[in-house]
Design a protein around this ligand. Structure first.
Ligand code: FAD
Length: 327
């Protein structure tokens, strides 16, 4: 199977989920005796393309154009359609990022193809590729297959694959090949302004390796600095369950869950969070989940690797003290 992996970057900084999707591409290529072509799209992409070429893939296609310097759904879908057609790809894989959500359906529709979005995994059975997606806020998962002829377009959720297990090339680099695309200014119907940031110093929580997440158990906004102190000592970011953001105790972009962000950090430490399904769906792919909750029957313990049944107002200060002493 010829796989085209489309990476994402902003201002020459990778979106990390690109590498998780590369992991999926490598696995599928191995099982189907196929190949992986990585795509880097934008302008001035040479060094990123060279970096990508250090991973286990067959080639890196560098797609550059003045009209691709800033993301537009028209520019990206028109350019990528040309790349998919010239590469004769069977399967197009993308990370399920905000930007991809914006243009991938348009890209698939422009080729009269369907799209299977936000997949959490796949299986290869009897020569068929089956994609797995969550349904009903993550309560159940469904198997989905493509009907009709390739190319097929699918996106993978953040945390679905582990980028740290990616195969690098033993030596040398994959060939980097420029692909020329035709784009005219009149085809781009929108003008990109500044990228939207809700808060001035908004963080992309999907990129943070350690998250300290607070729930209603924190009781009052005056107690949040305690959790922030712990986050700082662990070099982590602070985030929350929905009620905390609804109250305005933390900005909305810190909310984790079905109506917030989906994250998969190395460590997710839940403080006073019950573990409602709408919350868990946004964090259950985390590598390690630790939870502190005074209710031993709290559902968060069902997804936790480590659990402490106790009062967070006793445990968090003790953790802070221990971390300060170890510095
Ligand atoms: C359509 C829809 C979308 C939603 N989207 C989201 C979403 O994106 N994200 C989200 O988080 N929620 C979402 N929710 C809300 C969700 O259903 C839960 O209500 C919410 O996650 C509960 O937040 P919580 O765990 O902080 O609070 P609670 O459920 O009130 O839990 C507080 C927990 O803290 C513990 N606790 C209390 N005091 C202490 C203490 N001193 N020490 C230790 N533990 C203590 C309690 O035992 C309890 O388990 C959504 C709901 C709906 C209907």
């Amino acid at each position: 199977m010829k796989i085209l992996l489309i990476t994402e970057q902003h201002d020459a900084q990778w979106n990390r989920v690109s590498f998780e999707t590369l992991m999926a591409a490598q696995e599928i290529a191995k099982q189907t005796s196929g190949s992986v072509s990585g795509v880097v799209i934008g302008k001035g992409m040479t060094s990123l393309a060279e970096e990508l070429a250090g991973y286990q893939l067959d080639e890196v296609l560098i797609v550059e154009h003045d009209l691709l310097e800033k993301y537009t759904p028209d520019g990206f879908s028109l350019a990528l359609r040309q790349v998919i057609e010239s590469a004769k790809s069977d399967l197009v894989l993308l990370p399920h990022t905000y930007q991809v959500r914006d243009f991938a359906p348009k890209l698939a529709a422009s080729m009269q193809k369907g799209l299977i979005g936000d997949c959490i995994g796949y299986r290869y059975e009897n020569g068929k590729l089956i994609f797995v997606r969550q349904m009903f806020q993550g309560r159940t998962a469904s198997d989905v297959i493509f009907t009709g002829a390739a190319p097929w377009v699918a996106t993978f959720q953040a945390g679905a694959f582990r980028a740290d297990l990616l195969a690098k090339r033993g030596s040398g680099k994959a060939p980097v090949k420029p692909v020329t695309v035709e784009l005219k200014p009149e085809q781009i119907r929108t003008k990109p302004l500044e990228r939207f940031r809700e808060a001035k110093q908004a963080v992309d929580l999907t990129q943070a390796p350690i998250l300290i997440s607070i729930g209603r158990g924190i009781k009052a906004p005056e107690n949040i600095p305690m959790a922030e102190k712990l986050a700082k000592l662990l070099n982590g970011e602070i985030c929350a369950s929905r009620p905390i953001c609804d109250e305005g105790w933390l900005p909305m972009d810190r909310q984790i869950g079905s109506s917030g962000q989906t994250v998969a950090p190395k460590l997710y430490l839940a403080l006073g969070i019950s573990g409602a399904i709408q919350h868990v769906v946004g964090m259950k792919a985390s590598r390690t989940v630790a939870a502190i909750n005074k209710d031993q029957n709290a559902p968060i313990f069902e997804v936790a690797d480590y659990g402490i049944v106790g009062d967070l107002f006793e445990i968090v200060p003790a953790l802070i003290e221990a971390l300060e002493q170890s510095k």
